[in-house]
Write a protein that binds this ligand. Structure first.
Ligand code: UN1
Length: 482
């Protein structure tokens, strides 16, 4: 079995301590896929030094040349998508089509930022004196830290690292500790594409050990983080204290609203996709369904019926719709929430139990009659659990959606254009879908949440440039002799 190393200054390097930890398969928990370094702060310091030394040369390269490297890496990911998708499915637990799809999405993101390399890098303004050339330049931040979650172990790193690199930053990346093999594949593609040594460094290990070092080191000028609210807020405070830039993408409690005139079949299908794909482990996953009274019983029954028919099992089996949860901790949290839901008096319509004990499986679960103020209806669960909440009217549905402290994504199902437009205007979410699932994100548009779901920042598209660059304003006047 392979043992992998950190990427520091262009070399694959063992942790100084020599310690490694196993990369486990959540669908067969006795199976170890590989070993990865259990790094400590000294390893991270090495990575920061490597990034600092590589930065000046990388920054001085042309954007187009940097973009070309991303483009080559995209081609490599595309060529390797079957193998990477397989490893991703094995270590994270999402199904192979989702895992391969995510790999191809990472390739699309790299291609998009390769294209951004040929876009404008500043703006020219009119000046008081007509002979003054008054313009802005976008410059990199310097060394940046990237901290990524396990649920999208290649797409989210790509959407942070690609813009960081193309705009000239050097990166130290701390990937999630339970999906290190997928992280390796992304780093390897960038190395094989010709990324200069030290421009991207990867340090494997525990977030609780490495995160604070990365966040608090003065060399790190920006941190991009996706993960839990508890960790994210701490990062924000640490960065604000020392004047570093930060970008946080955190939790959600995403609602689907099914209005009385909705296409029932479509609403059920999209709710299943949003709630059950990736075993509900997306920050954009559907977690609440707010149904207008006339459709409540029919919707709940149809949703439960679809859930009972979903095939849960091995992510590599082509008949599987839903794989296991990603870890023992995840499975425990989800089962705890299911118990809590029952204690809070919600009605368990289907699911609710762990399945095949050889992996971290939980049945697709639907609760009905959920009290909107209960923990089941307000806290992020991150698993295949949906809470159906009744609403007497569209007004009440909007109140319920907006009653959440989160505001990432939401969907409304209706045939009424006026209601759709009103929903889009009034919902407090960073992403709104009309007649489609709550999950999904295209690479070229802003992605992010309102309220506690983010730090008011957006990722992807041109928003990534806002974060990974800083602006210099230039007043250029003629020398007196001209
Ligand atoms: C998607 O819905 O496809 O961690 C992307 C997450 C989000 C990304 C969701 N930041 O689940």
């Amino acid at each position: 079995m392979s043992t992998y190393h950190n990427l520091i200054g262009g070399r694959w390097t063992a942790a100084r301590s020599g310690r490694v930890r196993p990369d486990l398969n959540p669908s067969r928990t006795s199976e170890v896929l590989a070993h990865f370094p259990e790094s400590d702060p000294l390893d991270l310091q090495d990575a920061l030094e490597a990034a600092s030394s590589a930065y000046p040369k990388w920054r001085s390269m042309s954007l187009v040349a940097r973009g070309d490297i991303l483009y080559r890496a995209a081609e490599l990911l595309t060529a390797r998508a079957d193998a990477i998708g397989r490893d991703l499915a094995l270590e994270e637990g999402k199904t192979f089509p989702e895992a391969k799809g995510e790999t191809l999405r990472a390739a699309a993101i790299l291609r998009y930022y390769a294209g951004e390399a040929r876009q404008e890098t500043g703006e020219v303004y009119a000046a008081q004196d007509p002979t003054t050339l008054l313009y802005t330049r976008r410059e990199p931040l310097g060394v940046v830290g990237v901290i990524t979650p396990w649920n999208f172990p290649i797409a989210i790193p790509a959407w942070k690292i690609a813009p960081a690199l193309v705009y000239g930053n050097a990166v130290v990346w701390k990937p999630a500790d339970i999906t290190p093999l997928t992280a390796f594949h992304l780093a390897q593609a960038l190395v094989d594409a010709g990324l200069p040594e030290g421009v991207l460094n990867v340090v494997y290990g525990r977030g609780s050990v490495l995160g604070p070092v990365l966040t608090e080191d003065r060399a790190v000028r920006g941190i991009s983080f996706t993960g839990s609210n508890a960790v994210g807020r701490g990062i924000g405070i640490a960065c604000a204290t020392r004047g570093a830039k930060y970008q946080l993408e955190m939790g959600g409690k995403n609602a689907v609203v099914v209005l009385a005139d909705a296409d029932l079949e479509l609403a059920v299908e999209m709710t299943i996709r949003g709630a059950m794909r990736s075993t509900g482990q997306k920050c954009t996953a559907t977690s609440r369904v707010i149904v207008e009274a006339p459709l409540l019983d029919a919707f709940t029954e149809a949703l439960a019926e679809r859930c009972r028919g979903l095939q849960v099992g091995d992510p590599l089996d082509s008949a599987t719709y839903m794989g296991p949860l990603a870890s023992a901790d995840q499975q425990k949290t989800v089962l705890d929430y299911i118990r809590l839901g029952q204690e809070e008096g919600a009605r368990l319509v289907t699911g609710g139990e762990a399945l095949d004990p050889s992996g971290y499986y939980v049945a697709p679960t639907v609760f009905a009659g959920v009290n909107p103020g209960s923990r089941l209806a307000t806290e992020e669960i991150f698993g295949p659990v949906v809470a159906v909440v009744p609403a007497a009217s569209m007004d009440e549905a909007l109140q319920l959606v907006n009653g959440s402290s989160f505001g990432l994504s939401s969907s409304v199902f209706t045939r009424d254009l006026g209601k759709a437009l009103r929903y889009v205007e009034e919902v407090e979410c960073g992403i709104v879908h009309v007649n489609s699932e709550t999950a999904g994100a295209e690479p070229h548009v802003p992605f992010g949440g309102m309220k506690e779901s983010s730090s008011n920042s957006r990722e992807q598209g041109k928003s990534a440039r806002e974060f990974f660059t800083q602006v210099k304003t230039v007043y250029m006047d003629r020398p007196a002799s001209v």
